[in-house]
Design a protein around this ligand. Sequence first.
Ligand SMILES: Cc1cc2nc3c(=O)[nH]c(=O)nc-3n(C[C@H](O)[C@H](O)[C@H](O)COP(=O)(O)O)c2cc1C
Length: 301
Amino acid sequence: MPPIDNVTIDIKKCTGCGFCVRVCPDNVFFLSEEKAHIIGEKCIQCGHCIAVCPEEAIISNVFGNALEFTTFTENMRWLPHGKSDIAELVQLLRSRRSCRNYTSKPVARNILEDLVKIGTTAPSGTNSQAWSFTILPTRKQVVSLGDKVASFFRELNRKAANPLLRLLARFFLGDSLGKYYRRYYASISQGLKEWEKEGKDRLFHGATAVILVGSGAEASCPAEDAMLATQNILIAAHAMGLGTCLIGFAVEAIRRDDNLKRFLSLPASNTTYSVIAIGYPAEKYRQVTGRKKIIPLYPEL
Ligand SMILES: Cc1cc2nc3c(=O)[nH]c(=O)nc-3n(C[C@H](O)[C@H](O)[C@H](O)COP(=O)(O)O)c2cc1C
């Protein structure tokens, strides 16, 4: 954990309200003679102290201008609890749907970069922010990735089609190859045929850009961090006029095939958790639709 040399208190401004003491998750602050002081040895650099201080008495150099958006004007004021429009928020959440038809219009790089920055506003375990975002901004690059993913599945299908290999794999590795064969072999074969012979893109659905979200080895909650950032991106993209679709098949290929990782210049220690197809939607929906009924559990404790 870094020493606390990046947070200072302007003692002249501090009124000793104690808010920083209350919100800090790491007990960095204590109050003495009606002033806040720094005593902790570890700081996860979450910035809660700065956000809560009514006197702007806490100064830090760790935040910089990392979140300078270029495609819209941000309102930097903190929204109090209960002060946003829940009906509008739920409408946005429900209007985001997986998009499987895109126009050929490319998505500008600064829009993709703003989406990534929006991703990083998500929570992360111990504020590690150890996620990675890889942008493929052109359709040509998306197709190149599609070719590599297709090669991975062609090889997997070749293995899965062999009954002897399925039997051997079952003895040594469990039934995962058999399950793959029963569940996916036929549809993947068909998808590969369409990709090769007709140029039909059943993988990325014709998206013109891709963002891959991963996590480094130093993340304490790598999967959760990456997926929370991913959800932010999906929602923000809809608000920005873009369609998105998660592509689990590409995640699977990148995780299992080191050649694909190298192709994407991803370090060996990086794990990919989501591949997001992005583009301008070539479809318009008329209404939102339902979800399965959920019955929450209330354990008797
Ligand atoms: C982890 C994950 C992987 C997914 N992978 C794919 C995929 O490979 N191809 C695809 O077309 N949709 C994929 N989806 C999209 C789901 O099919 C979709 O989210 C689901 O049907 C609900 O529809 P909605 O996103 O429009 O609400 C994936 C979704 C998730 C959460």
